[in-house]
Design a protein around this ligand. Structure first.
Ligand SMILES: Nc1nc2c(c(=O)[nH]1)N[C@H]1C(S)=C(S)[C@@H](COP(=O)(O)OP(=O)(O)OC[C@H]3O[C@@H](n4cnc5c(=O)[nH]c(N)nc54)[C@H](O)[C@@H]3O)O[C@H]1N2
Ligand SMILES: Nc1nc2c(c(=O)[nH]1)N[C@H]1C(S)=C(S)[C@@H](COP(=O)(O)OP(=O)(O)OC[C@H]3O[C@@H](n4cnc5c(=O)[nH]c(N)nc54)[C@H](O)[C@@H]3O)O[C@H]1N2
Ligand code: SF4
Ligand SMILES: [Mo]
Length: 764
């Protein structure tokens, strides 16, 4: 059966489908867990604490953990030794979950706004009043403006429950996590279209001979299992190539560091693809057996020479040749990292990741040790307990917010379009927002537009754990039990050794915080939605676990985690059927062609900085997760503020010294609210400055985070939307620095080739 694009995308996304032959059959659990290790109770130092297995949510990597409890309080968090990925380890943030649960600033009771939106003045109310008011406003808004006037910004594990409520109300204006539009959308789409699977980041680094990173700053990006796999790869002697305008943590360990001109990665990748084809460096047998569209690819990339790429990317020809020869010599055992955060430039993000996917296929680095691998499918039981169906009689709006983006249906309604519709009333009015698990002001490009939209709404509610600035804009705030106090869904991890685990309460919720299941069920009741039938979270989880012969009790008997049998590697003698339209790896994308999008990637230049400006880019510090950890005592003490990276030669010419404090101003005149310390370093290109993300909270209710450091987001006012699915760009803004009241131009030390147009500053 040929699926239409929408059905295809949905099936690929929802099922994280695996090759049929590799499916774990219903009812069969693979390997018994390794000898039930005595979960830590008798280890020295545990002091006889009670131990509860659960899952971390200090970031989205969700490492299995053990919470140690004494006298009803968590005294320590460790990794679950049963976990094949992190074992007994957690990262600094995972360890600091204790400071989240006992943060004196945490939200304690439902509250109602009494000051202006954004001011953070609230009065305590009862759960009944809070939920009644939310339900009343949802009903009223739907009746007056139609279901599409309701929108939900949702992210994180608990938001999945609230998404059901909005779906049940008949709106399509929720997202499959807004982070797809700010984070993984482009890479997910590129790999689904090429391979048929959502395999972003499934790269077998620990068994690779050469690793290749574009951006991907592992070590600063502290997703634990990946960092471990990458370090194991290095320990096993793998070589490393890092393409990054900055001397990032992995660049530090690289055999070859390519300090590329930001925004030109696709030029380098296309030239490499052409070079590999022209010099017969690809895996002919694999390409013949598994790929579709080789001839079109060969034809499409033939104009991209290495000399051209060296000039466009501002790299040395010798270095880029050496890098690609190094990769080719070790194929197929090369780990070409897909990347995770891909919302960089808006235009071209999908094609950059398509190039990574294509290069991987040319090297046959697919389902072999060291290459990319596919998720092992696990048939969880179908619990309809929390599924709310969209009403059948709902009138679809004539114009959808997804209309301009042929591949948006996979991700939900683009956040930028929800914001635009709220501000303008076009194509239809949006009058009510729910915000759950996402700090929209810090997460979505141009916070000034987000705040303008917030002002225009009839009603806003927020489900939060902390009084962040996005929460301060809400009319009603609901305190959710945090991850150590609640159940969420069953987690199936599809890594090399897959496993099943579950988040469960390590301690009881403090104050009046309630679990997301409880909150969503109360909403469903009030809105008369036909869902959330099961009596308890335990019942729901048991339904999900039933089909793989598990239950919550059985899982806990196994230490909270059961390993499954993975099938990461292919049998070289057997053809693979991929979940694409053609059943092959699509070097030429039929689905893109159908939508008049380039079926073979092309290079489209990203506007270069205007004279006197540098491009603003950002990344992670290992001890924080976005804005969410900024108020965490231990993590705040570890890293209270970020530093702005500035090239040494540039700094000398500007008269800026290491440690000087400056204000940052962008091309539209927006200034950083605080001064930021400058890190003067040769480890960044002269045309680029770098600021770690997540700092500079403007919520006075966060006593440790308030006004600490500078926020990159408040300097991101120009953005470009991805034409495939509506993702937002975050690296298309330019800045100057202000020192001692004087605005200083950034001298241009690397000339821009004429093929790359510049951003033009329009004087208003
Ligand atoms: N400690 C910590 N770890 C985290 C997170 C966190 O909040 N804290 N968040 C997690 C999440 S959700 C994500 S998505 C990931 C994000 O982490 P990654 O997926 O690794 O993010 P990237 O944007 O790929 O990498 C940032 C790097 O890109 C470089 N860069 C900037 N512009 C360009 C360019 O044009 N070309 C190239 N080649 N490089 C460029 C920057 O200099 C920086 O070193 O981190 C994850 N890990
Ligand atoms: N400028 C810029 N923008 C970015 C990025 C960047 O690096 N720079 N990174 C992008 C990326 S990769 C991503 S993934 C996104 C991340 O975007 P977000 O997920 O919005 O990131 P956070 O700032 O961590 O905000 C999470 C919010 O959820 C709340 N929260 C935490 N735990 C819970 C919980 O259990 N329940 C509820 N209800 N709320 C909870 C936190 O208090 C916080 O307010 O941001 C994207 N936007
Ligand atoms: S990487 Fe750290 S913060 Fe993220 S889930 Fe694992 S332990 Fe928690
Ligand atoms: Mo992300």
């Amino acid at each position: 059966m040929k699926l239409n694009r929408r059905q295809f995308l949905e099936s690929a996304g929802i099922a994280t489908a695996a090759l049929a032959a590799w499916k774990i059959p219903k009812g069969v659990l693979a390997s018994p867990a390794p000898a039930a290790s005595k979960v830590a109770t008798d280890l020295p130092g545990s002091l006889g604490a009670k131990e509860v297995p659960s899952v971390c949510e200090m970031c989205f990597w969700r490492c299995p953990i053990i919470g140690k409890v004494k006298n009803g309080r968590i005294v320590k968090i460790e990794g679950n030794p049963k976990s094949p990925t992190n074992g007994h380890r957690v990262c600094a943030r995972g360890n600091s979950g204790i400071q989240l649960i006992y943060d004196p600033d945490r939200l304690k009771y439902p509250m109602k706004r009494v000051g202006a939106r954004g001011e953070g003045k609230w009065a305590r109310i009862s759960w009944k009043e809070a939920l009644d008011e939310i339900a009343y406003n949802m009903e009223k808004t739907r009746k007056k403006y139609g279901p599409s006037s309701l929108a939900l910004f949702d992210h994180g594990a608990s938001a999945e429950f609230y998404r059901q409520i909005f779906k049940g109300m008949g709106t399509e204006n929720y997202t499959n996590e807004p982070a797809f539009f700010q984070c993984m959308g482009a890479v997910s789409l590129a790999y689904v279209m090429t391979y048929g699977y959502k395999i972003a980041e499934r790269v077998d680094m620990s068994h690779s001979k050469v690793m290749l990173f574009f951006g991907t700053h592992l070590g600063e990006n502290a997703h634990l299992a990946q960092v471990r796999e990458y370090v194991t790869g290095l320990q096993n002697g793998a070589k490393l190539i890092v393409v990054d305008p900055r001397f990032s943590a992995p660049a530090n360990k690289a055999d070859i560091w390519l300090p590329i001109r930001p925004g030109t990665d696709t030029a380098l990748l296309l030239a490499w693809i052409n070079y590999v084809i022209q010099n017969d460096l690809y895996d002919k047998e694999f390409v013949q057996m598994h790929c579709k569209g080789f001839n079109e690819l060969k034809e499409g990339v033939k104009g991209y020479s290495m000399e051209w790429a060296a000039r466009i990317c501002d790299l040395k020809l010798h270095d880029i040749k050496k890098a690609i020869d190094m990769l080719a010599a070790s194929r197929p055992h090369v780990a070409i990292h897909s990347g995770r955060h891909s919302a960089w430039y808006g235009r071209g993000d999908v094609q950059r990741h398509r190039c990574l996917a294509i290069l991987t296929a040319l090297f046959g680095a697919v389902a072999v040790p060291g290459g990319i691998y596919f998720p092992t499918s696990v048939d969880l039981g179908e619990s309809d307990c929390v599924e709310c169906e969209a009403p059948e009689d709902v009138e679809e709006p004539e114009t959808s917010l997804k209309d301009n983006y042929p591949f948006a249906s996979y991700f939900g309604s683009p956040t930028a379009e929800i914001i635009r519709a709220t501000r303008t009333g076009k194509p239809y009015p949006i009058k009510l927002w729910g915000i759950a698990g996402v700090n929209i002001i810090h997460t979505i490009s141009n916070p000034y537009e987000t705040m303008d939209a917030l002002r225009k709404l009839d009603f806003v509610f927020s489900i939060e754990i902390l009084p962040t600035e996005s929460a301060t804009w809400a009319d009603i705030v609901l305190p959710e039990a945090n991850y150590l106090e609640r159940y969420d869904k069953v987690y199936v991890n599809h890594d090399l050794t897959p496993y099943v685990t579950v988040r469960q309460p390590v301690v009881k919720p403090l104050f009046e915080a309630k679990s997301p299941f409880w909150i969503a069920r109360e909403m469903a009741k009030r809105l008369k939605l036909d869902c959330f039938h099961c009596k308890s979270e335990e019942e729901y989880l048991d339904e999900e676990l039933e089909d793989i012969d598990l239950s919550l009790a059985k899982l806990n008997k196994e230490g909270g985690l059961v390993r499954l049998k993975g099938h990461p590697y292919r049998d070289p003698n057997k053809p693979i059927k991929f979940s694409t339209d053609s059943g092959k790896i699509e070097l030429f994308s039929g689905s893109f062609d159908d939508e008049d999008m380039d079926p073979i990637p092309k290079f489209e230049p990203i506007l270069a900085p205007p004279k006197g400006y540098a491009r603003l880019v950002y990344g992670r510090v290992p001890t924080h997760t976005f804005s969410r950890t900024m108020n965490n005592l231990w993590l705040h003490n570890e890293c209270p503020e970020p530093m702005l990276w500035l090239n040494k030669e540039v700094a000398e010419k500007m008269g800026i010294k290491y440690g000087d404090r400056v204000v940052i101003v962008n091309q539209d005149g927006y200034r950083s609210a605080n001064l930021v310390k400058v890190k003067v370093t040769p480890g960044i290109r002269p045309d680029t400055v770098y600021l770690p993300h997540g700092f500079g909270s403007r919520s006075p209710l966060l006593t440790k985070a308030y006004k600490q450091g500078v926020s990159d987001q408040f300097l991101i006012t120009r953005y470009i939307l991805d034409p495939f699915f509506g993702g937002s760009s975050h690296r298309t803004d330019f800045v100057k620095l202000i020192k001692d009241g004087k605005t200083l131009d950034i001298p241009e030390l690397r000339p821009v080739p004429p093929e790359i147009p510049r951003f033009e500053i329009k004087k208003v």
